[in-house]
Design a protein. Sequence first.
Length: 242
Amino acid sequence: MSVTDSTGGLSMTDLLANSSVKTSGTAANGLSAATSSVTGGKALGKDAFMKLLVTQLKNQDPLSPQDNSAFVAQLAQFSSLEGITSLNTTVSSMASNFSSSQALQASSLVGRSVIAQTSTAQITDPSKGLTGTVNLTSSISDGTVKISDSSGNVIRTLNLGTQPAGSASFSWDGKDSSGALVPAGTYTFKANAPVNGTATDLATYLPATVNSVTLSQTGGELTLNLAGLGPIALSKVQTIGL
């Protein structure tokens, strides 16, 4: 038997249906209001997420409550959000500690001598000469290191001779090809050797003094400012001396 009200002649089924529609509308309005007030157009955080979840539960249709599996899925999302937030905090803390460590490391490098991958060297006292190294990817039977002054003139050529793969050292006494001491200044060293029958330029490692250090503002590596040579990445340094 159908039960009707006094005004519309609606059945109980119709009343329940209307009630369901109205409740669903309330839930939608509640969620919309909560979303607007909580997020303010910003990314959804964990507190806002929980507030929206509670609002959804308060405004759900009592005749058709939320499925348990859907609720568990939302809780899992909240747990993931909480974990990501905690991870971000931890990573930020680690980055801050790393920056502090870099600053301490940087302060200890100023004034130190280093052997860095570079093709130029600042010679302040030619009588002391210079010792450098060449990186060999394979053994060579012959090779040279040509030394040029600031004008690009080759003043001396050093022979490397036969060398196995690895690091090969060379020494310059600070003199030109005529045997005279060169003036102080900046000199360029270009190493070359035949590798598999092809003339190949080789990486040179030369001494320098660290004047200052630049810390990266984006979390990158340190940059060393070498006397007379300019900036060079810390990864280009082979040896750090006293």
